[in-house]
Design a binder for this molecule. Sequence first.
Ligand SMILES: Cc1cc2nc3c(=O)[nH]c(=O)nc-3n(C[C@H](O)[C@H](O)[C@H](O)COP(=O)(O)OP(=O)(O)OC[C@H]3O[C@@H](n4cnc5c(N)ncnc54)[C@H](O)[C@@H]3O)c2cc1C
Length: 416
Amino acid sequence: MNVQPIPTVSDRVNEIRKLTAEIVNREILPHENMIWADVRGGHNLTDDDRAEAKRLRANISNKVRQAGLWAPHLPTEYGGAGLDFLELAYMYEVLAYATGASSLFGVVAPNSGNGSVLVKYGTDEQKEKWLMPLIDGTLQSGFSMTEPDQPGSDPRSLRTTARREGDEWVINGHKWFTSNGLRADFFIVMCRTEEVDGGADRNSAMTQIIVPADTPGVNIVRGITVWGRPSDHVEIIYDDVRVPVDNALGERGTGHQAAQDRLGAGRVYHCMNSLGQMWRAFDLMVERSLTREVNGGLLETKQFIQGFIADSYIDMQAARLMTINCAEKMAAGQDARTDISAIKVFVPAAFHRVVDRAIQVWGAAGVSGDLPLSGMYQGARTLRLADGPDEVHRILMAKNVLAQYRKLDKGWDFGN
Ligand SMILES: Cc1cc2nc3c(=O)[nH]c(=O)nc-3n(C[C@H](O)[C@H](O)[C@H](O)COP(=O)(O)OP(=O)(O)OC[C@H]3O[C@@H](n4cnc5c(N)ncnc54)[C@H](O)[C@@H]3O)c2cc1C
C-alpha cells in the first residue's frame, strides 16, 4: 500500500498512517492467506499450519503493541492508544487495506463499540467487571438491538421490555443479528423501559442493559446463515431474564442516545474502512490490467478496462473526499448530520462499484477465495442496509435540506 505523508493533515496523523502502513505492508500482506488459514479452515491444513497461523497473529499483535497502536479506539488509561477521532479515521483506512488487520490491532466489532460505550456510560464497577476483561480479551461481547418482528431501521419501534421488579430488571424479547453471539460472555441489550403515549419523547423510552450470556432465560436459538455461510450473528430469545438494576448502562432512558453516539462516529469509521478496501480493490484491478494478456494485448490497452480504471478513480476520490470532509466537520464540532447520511449512502455504493469492476478484470480468480474481492463484494452490499439503510439516510438528508430552505433567505451553504 503506497502511503505517503499528506501535506494538509497533522504530523501525528501522518505518523500513525506511516506506522500502520509499515505493519500492513511488512507483516500482514506477505502472509495474508496464512494468517487466517486456521480460522477459514479448508482442505490440506496441517497442525503445523494452524500453529503457524496462531504464531503469525501473536507476532503481529506484539509489533502493534510495540508501535503503540494497540486498541487505538480506547483511551490510554484503559490500555489503548488514545487516538482522537480524525487520527482514528485515517488509521482505519490504512488498516482496512489488509483483510482482518483491524483485529490484529485490537479492534474487533462489536467488542470495540461496546468498549467505547462502557467507557462513556459505564460506572466504575461496570468498567471493572466488564470493560477491563473485554480489553484484555478474557471476555467477549455482543450488542443486541435488532428484532426480527420490528424494523431495525426504526429502532424506537423495538418491543423488548425491561420491567423493574425490586432490585432487578426482568427482560423479555426476541432479538436477531446479534453479532459475535456464539462467543459472547455478555450482551448489551437495548430494552424498552418506559411506555410513552402518543409518541411523545420516544427517544427516552430505551435503556441499554448488560446481560451475562449464562443468565437463565437467555436462549440462543441459532447462528443465522449469512451469504450462504454459517455465522455468529445469532437469534436470541430473552425469556424472563433477571439481572440486577445496576446492570443498566447510564441513566434510565439514555439507551437511544448511547446507540446514536455509537453509530454517528461509527458511520465515518465504516466509510474509512470501505475506502481502505476500495483502495486495495483498485490496486488489484490496475495491477492485473498491467500483466494479464488477452486476445493479443494487455488488459491495460483495452478501452473497456481503461474506462473501469477511470470510473473507479472517480468513485474512490469522490467517496474519500466526502468522507474526510464529513470527518473534519465532526472533529470541529459542526453539525454534520446531512454529511454523515450522504457518505453512508454514497460510499458503500461506490465501494460496491469498484469491487465489482475489480472482480470483472480478474475473471474467475476474482470470485475465488485466493483474493479478498468476493468478501469485499458481500461486505459492500451488506453495508447498504446495515447501520441505517440507504432509504432512511436519503429521507434524513432531504428533511435537513428542506428545513434549511424553509427558513427565510437561507439556501444550503455548500462552502461550509
Ligand atoms: C451482517 C449483519 C450484522 C449485524 N449485526 C448487528 C448487531 O450486532 N446488533 C444488532 O442489533 N443488529 C445487527 N444487525 C442488524 C442491522 O442493524 C439491521 O439489519 C438494520 O438496522 C436494518 O434493519 P432490518 O433488517 O430490520 O430492516 P427493516 O428496518 O425492516 O428495513 C428493510 C428495508 O426497508 C426499507 N426501508 C426502511 N425504512 C424505510 C423508509 N422510511 N422508507 C423507505 N424504505 C424504507 C429499506 O430498503 C430497508 O433495507 C446486523 C445486520 C447484518 C446484515
